[in-house]
Design a protein around this ligand. Structure first.
Ligand code: DOR
Ligand code: ZN
Length: 351
C-alpha cells in the first residue's frame, strides 16, 4: 500500500488567472487542488476599481466547471492615483480582499504600478486603519541594481521604511526568493508580516535557467536565485513558522511568447504546484508541517476561515502534460511539463 496524505483543502495565496480563453483553459488546474485563490490584478488594462474587480470575478465564476468549489479572492492594482476611498469601499463591500503593489516597471504588466511609496501614503493609511492587507512585489526597479540583488535592495530601501511608517499595516512579501527575505520575515516580531513562496524557487536554483542552453520556461520574476538562497527559503517554508504559506505565482504565458528573443517572465505551475510543494516537504522530512503551510497559515494571516473539505494525495507517479492546448491551437507549456511527479491527487475533480 503506497503512502497517502490527506489534508484540509489548501488555498493559493498568489495566482495569475488572466482572462478570456486563457482563463477558461487554466482555471481548472487550480480548482482541482485549491479551494480559494488570491487573484492577481495585472490584466491589460489592470484591475484598478471595484467595478472592474466585480466584473473580473464574475468572469472567473462563469468560467468554473459546474462541479468546482472555488472562491476567487480579488485584489486591487495599486496606482499612484488610486483613491483611498475606492480601496476602502471595495474591501467593505467584500470585493477586494487585498491590494497589490507592483513597483512600476518591476515585472509583467506593472507599467501602471507605484513610482514611490510617498505617492500612495494616503491609500496605505486607510488600508492600515481598516485591516486591508498590502501584497508587495518586492524588487527594486533601479536599473543599476543587479537583477539577483533586487529583492534584498527592496527590503532595505523600500520595505523597511514602509513597515516603519505604517506600523499596523498587514503586509505580504510575495514570492520570496532570498535568504535576506526569509530572515527578514522570520525576524519580524510585529505579527503583521507574512510571505508566500513558489514551487519553482523551492525546487530550482538559477543554474536551471542555463542547463545546456537558455531555458525560458524557468524564467520568472523574481528570477531564480543561487543555491544558498534556495536552501534558505526551503528551511523557511518547512520550518512550521506560520508566517510562510503557499503562493504558487502560477503565471501562464503562451509558449511562443516565452520562447522568443525577449521571452515573458512567468511560470504556469498550476498543474504541478501542489505535488511539487509536497515533494519538497517530503525531501525535508517535514510532511507533518505541510498542512499548515498549504491550508492553515495563509487563511489565518488573512483572517479567513479554514476550508472544511479535504484532499488526498498518494505517493504514486503522475505525468505533467507537455502542453496545455488553447482552443485556437496555441499552447502553454506548464512547469515540469512532460515529466513525472512523485505524488498524485487521488480525489477531487480532474481537468
Ligand atoms: O514572473 C512573473 N510573472 N512575475 C510576476 O511578478 C508577474 C508574472 C506575470 O504576470 O506573468
Ligand atoms: Zn505574481
Amino acid at each position: 500500500m503506497s503512502l497517502t496524505i490527506t489534508l484540509r483543502r489548501p488555498d493559493d495565496w498568489h495566482l495569475h488567472l488572466r482572462d478570456g480563453e486563457v482563463l477558461q483553459t487554466v482555471l481548472r488546474y487550480t480548482t482541482r487542488h485549491f479551494a480559494r485563490a488570491i487573484v492577481m490584478p495585472n490584466l491589460k488594462p489592470p484591475v484598478t476599481t471595484v467595478q472592474l474587480a466585480r466584473e473580473y470575478r464574475n468572469r472567473i465564476v462563469a468560467a468554473l466547471d459546474p462541479e468546482a468549489q472555488f472562491t476567487p479572492l480579488m485584489t486591487a492594482y495599486l496606482c499612484d492615483q488610486t483613491p483611498a476611498e475606492e480601496l476602502r469601499r471595495g474591501f467593505e463591500e467584500g470585493v477586494f480582499t487585498a491590494v497589490k503593489l507592483y513597483p512600476a516597471g518591476a515585472t509583467t504588466h506593472s507599467e501602471f504600478g507605484v513610482t514611490s511609496t510617498a505617492k500612495v501614503a494616503r491609500a496605505l493609511e486607510s488600508m492600515q486603519a481598516i485591516g486591508m492587507p498590502l501584497l508587495v512585489h518586492g524588487e527594486s526597479t533601479d536599473p543599476a541594481v543587479d537583477v539577483f540583488d533586487r529583492e534584498a535592495v527592496f527590503i532595505e530601501e523600500t520595505l523597511t521604511p514602509l513597515l516603519r511608517d505604517f506600523p499596523e499595516l498587514k503586509v505580504v512579501m510575495e514570492h520570496i526568493t532570498t535568504e535576506q527575505a526569509a530572515q527578514f520575515v522570520s525576524g519580524d516580531g510585529s505579527g503583521r508580516l507574512g510571505a508566500t513562496i513558489t514551487p519553482q524557487h523551492l525546487l530550482f536554483n538559477r543554474n536551471a535557467l542555463f542547463m545546456g542552453g537558455i531555458r525560458p520556461h524557468y524564467y520568472c520574476l523574481p528570477v531564480l536565485k543561487a543555491e544558498r538562497h534556495r536552501l534558505a527559503i526551503r528551511r523557511a517554508a518547512t520550518s512550521g513558522d506560520p508566517r510562510f504559506f503557499v503562493g504558487t505565482d502560477s503565471a501562464p504565458h503562451l509558449r511562443v511568447l516565452k520562447e522568443a528573443a525577449c521571452g515573458c517572465a512567468g511560470i504556469f505551475n498550476a498543474p504541478s504546484a501542489l505535488q511539487s510543494y509536497l515533494n519538497v516537504f517530503e525531501e525535508e522530512g517535514a510532511l507533518d508541517k505541510f498542512e499548515a503551510f498549504a491550508s492553515v497559515n495563509g487563511a489565518n494571516f488573512y483572517g479567513l476561515p479554514l476550508n472544511e473539505g479535504t484532499i488526498t494525495l498518494r505517493k504514486q507517479p503522475s505525468e505533467v502534460p507537455e502542453d496545455v492546448q488553447l482552443p485556437n491551437c496555441a499552447a502553454i507549456h506548464p512547469f515540469l511539463g512532460g515529466s513525472t511527479l512523485p505524488w498524485t491527487l487521488v480525489d477531487g475533480p480532474s481537468p
